[in-house]
Design a protein around this ligand. Structure first.
Ligand code: GDP
Length: 192
């Protein structure tokens, strides 16, 4: 299995870790089929479970980033139903956001921009960590969105950017570590 689990497989924790204030809610946003569930399941270490079709899930786990433990709860609930209430709630509840598109699907890339705008509107005065993720980077021949387009979009929207392949486990660990670093950066600058 990918290297992800090796360094922290013994630190899987449920919520209620005692280090105060270190349980972070991370919300996955994005079109249907871009790979949100695949990414979340890799994070949760449960990708091989039989109930892969189950919709709407949360995964909580502690990971060590830069020598310090952080507990994340990853919410894969965006598409659970099309309720406006749930989607509004998602926009309000996150400590950080992962906006996913597929590099093989231009429409999902455009949708990612819309989500970024929606998020900005919902959280106007807050500086929340957001990472724009171009997933399915392994599908080289059906690529519709270049790395440069992805990166440029992230610059415009003032967020971080990474390309991943859930299929190959490429950059998935970096993605979740990146989220922790972004959260810490903002927390530290507030405390100064
Ligand atoms: P969601 O609807 O955003 O949760 O997307 P899923 O995680 O259910 O993935 C949709 C489909 O894309 C599934 O068939 C996955 O196996 C496939 N998929 C997800 N990530 C990747 C990837 O990085 N590469 C490839 N080739 N397929 C992927």
């Amino acid at each position: 299995r990918g290297g992800w689990a090796s360094d922290s497989s013994d630190s899987v924790a449920s919520s209620g870790s005692d280090a105060e204030g270190s349980l972070y809610k991370v919300i996955l946003l994005g079109e249907h089929g871009v790979g949100k569930t695949s990414l979340a399941r890799i994070f949760g270490g449960v990708e091989d479970c039989a109930d892969a079709e189950e919709a709407g899930n949360t995964y909580d786990r502690s990971i060590v980033v830069d020598g310090e433990e952080a507990s994340l709860v990853v919410f894969d609930i965006w598409e659970q139903d099309d309720s406006q209430w749930l989607q509004n709630h998602c926009m309000k509840m996150g400590d950080a956001y992962i906006i996913v598109y597929s590099v093989t699907d231009k429409v999902s890339f455009e949708k990612a921009s819309e989500l970024r705008i929606q998020l900005r509107r919902a959280r106007q005065t807050e500086d929340i960590p957001i990472i724009l993720v171009g997933n399915k980077s392994d599908l080289v021949r059906s690529r519709e969105v270049s790395v440069d387009e992805g990166r440029a979009c992230a610059v415009v929207f003032d967020c971080k950017f990474i390309e991943t392949s859930a299929a190959l486990h490429h950059n998935v660990k970096d993605l979740f570590e990146g989220i922790v670093r972004q959260i810490r950066l903002r927390k530290d600058s507030k405390e100064d």
